[in-house]
Ligand binder design. Sequence first.
Ligand SMILES: [Zn+2]
Length: 171
Amino acid sequence: MPKNFNTIKRYLTDEEKFEEALLEYNCERFVQIKPVYIYPEGYHEFTPEEMEHDDEITQKIYEAEMNDDKAEADRLRELLTPIGPMPIINIEKTLELIPIEDRQYFIDELNKDSYEETVIMKCLKCDFEEEAPYDIIEECWMDGPYPIGYCPHCDKPKFVPLDIYNKKKKK
Ligand SMILES: [Zn+2]
């Protein structure tokens, strides 16, 4: 279907491509290959207390957003435990754990220009906006010149790609 709106394309890093390939590969195996990670300086392992604390805060942020209290949501976000740098998969070391006859699959995946595609959706009714994976939006796109979904904020069937939103609001 031709697109009357822009999407955002981001090319995956080698580490992301490799991790995705490993997920796929593990789906078809009884014995899972566990990836080897590199833990960057400043890496922080979450304690159970921190996870519980963050869950509570996240719930409160959700409630504040539902009440359109942006200031409170921003204040609460400051209370979340800083995530810090994420561990990075060690491609070379992980590849060594994979049976030799299966390694070519990973090398082929690394050679692909894989990307993720997203689209910013905005509600014509309440202005709520959210970046969503394009394949999910496309799946719900039945017919017509552009996809329309239900807004996660006000529940009205008025959720459209940002470009369409801008076009309609200009009129
Ligand atoms: Zn809405």
